[in-house]
Write a protein that binds this ligand. Structure first.
Ligand SMILES: Cc1ncc(COP(=O)(O)O)c(C=O)c1O
Length: 403
């Protein structure tokens, strides 16, 4: 099992043009390989047209490419039907569609849903907003002292019979990989619908949605080497069919008169307006490109780098590590004792080391941790050993400088 990181980095124009940057912000967005940029460019240069509506050959060609991209995603996720793949602008839009679309159909006044203490705001706020409007209660699974999901509390909260359990596959702050199979199977036994926020998890491995048993699984293309502005809402057909659309107009409509409107079938019923055609093609290209690499070797390389980073940070006096080393997707949240995370990130930025600082769209998690924020270092397979060496050296200097 070998992985040629030099060859892998060469797939990215960014690293060819900016060899001086250490990019440790892949949990925010990943760099895009040339294959993805080329696919989008080719669409705009050769095939640009709107989909589903043109009477001309170009539109038909664009429609074919767009629908082939859907087929590819359906295949990658092992969806039962291609209609189960809905294009969205990203995980955020998909979660908003779920929170709004399940109200009144699956969720009725007095019902409960279950979230966790480590969710991204995108998997909290839409639920809060629509639950308040519809009289639905939200319960929250707390964390253990080790910052892991408290599965015992989870089981107790399931006794309240929530209709929906919505949970992130991987914490975007701590990097912890959640025991999805267990979470989903327990939710099923309790009769709840399982919504999985795969924004940070999808890069580890594309889920086999049928085996996993997820009712809904959402992710963003840009965290999977794909373009921004495109994402996927996978849903089990029968449940997707229950979703009320969040937006109206365009291909989601079959017929309109001022006495009433008939909506189209899935998947179009949930895709209002002109979709991000080039984005869908770009995301399919990213998935296709990823198939060129041995996924186990890619994961092993990232894991090796993470271990080196983690061990190196453990050895730097003055650093507080918040993430666990085990069961981690390659994200390390840390602080320099007594220093503000943004100051640390600013110093690293001066050395061309890109990290993120703050509460990472997960304020409730920081409330639970009783911390004002953290610096987040997130890895991808294009990182190399030099990146880690430079980061460790810079962190050591930063501790010295600040303390
Ligand atoms: C766990 C998680 N969920 C949801 C999102 C939202 O993704 P997007 O901004 O691409 O819609 C993010 C983004 O960082 C995330 O990390």
């Amino acid at each position: 099992m070998s992985f040629d990181v030099k060859a892998f980095r060469n797939e990215f124009a960014f690293f060819q043009q900016h060899p001086d940057w250490v990019y440790l912000d892949s949990a925010a967005t990943m760099h895009k390989p040339l294959a993805v940029i080329a696919a989008e460019l080719a669409f705009y240069q050769k095939d640009n047209s709107n989909v589903h509506r043109g009477a001309h050959q170009l539109s038909q060609q664009a429609t074919t490419l767009f629908e082939q991209a859907r087929d590819q995603i359906a295949k990658a996720l092992n969806a039962k039907r291609r209609e189960e793949i809905i294009w969205t602008s990203g995980a955020t839009q998909a979660l908003n569609m779920l929170a709004s679309g399940l109200m009144g159909t699956v969720l009725k006044p007095g019902d409960r849903i279950l979230l966790t203490a480590l969710e991204h705001h995108a998997n909290i706020v839409p639920w809060q907003f629509y639950c308040q409007q519809h009289g639905v209660f939200i319960d929250v699974v707390p964390l253990t002292a080790e910052h892991e999901l408290d599965l015992q509390a989870y089981q107790q909260l399931l006794e309240l019979k929530p209709k929906v359990v919505a949970v992130a596959e991987v914490s975007n702050v701590l990097g912890t990989i959640q025991p999805l199979e267990k979470i989903i199977s327990l939710a099923k036994v309790a009769g709840a619908i399982a919504v999985i926020d795969g924004a940070q998890g999808v890069v580890l491995a594309r889920p086999d949605v049928q085996t996993l048993g997820a009712d809904f699984y959402v992710f963003s293309g840009h965290k999977l080497y794909g373009p921004t502005g495109i994402g996927v809402l996978y849903g089990r057909y029968e449940l997707l069919d229950l979703l009320k659309p969040l937006c109206f107009g365009g291909e989601m409509i079959k017929s309109v008169s001022f006495s009433g409107t008939t909506l189209n079938q899935l998947p179009y019923r949930l895709e209002a307006g002109t979709p991000n055609i080039a984005g869908a093609i770009g995301l399919a290209a990213a998935m296709c490109w990823l198939n060129n690499f041995d996924s186990a070797a890619l994961a092993a390389h990232k894991q090796q780098l993470f271990t080196k980073l983690y061990q190196g940070c453990l050895a730097i006096k003055g650093l507080e590590l918040l993430s666990p080393q085990q069961n981690n997707a390659g994200i390390l949240a840390l602080n320099i004792k007594g220093e503000h995370p943004t100051d640390v990130a600013a110093i690293l930025n001066e050395q061309k080391i890109a990290v993120r600082a703050g509460t990472h769209c997960a304020m409730p998690l920081f409330q639970a941790l009783q911390l004002p924020g953290a610096v987040r270092l997130s890895l991808a397979a294009y990182n190399n050993s030099q990146d880690i060496n430079r980061t460790l050296q810079a962190l050591e200097q930063t501790v010295e400088l600040l303390q």
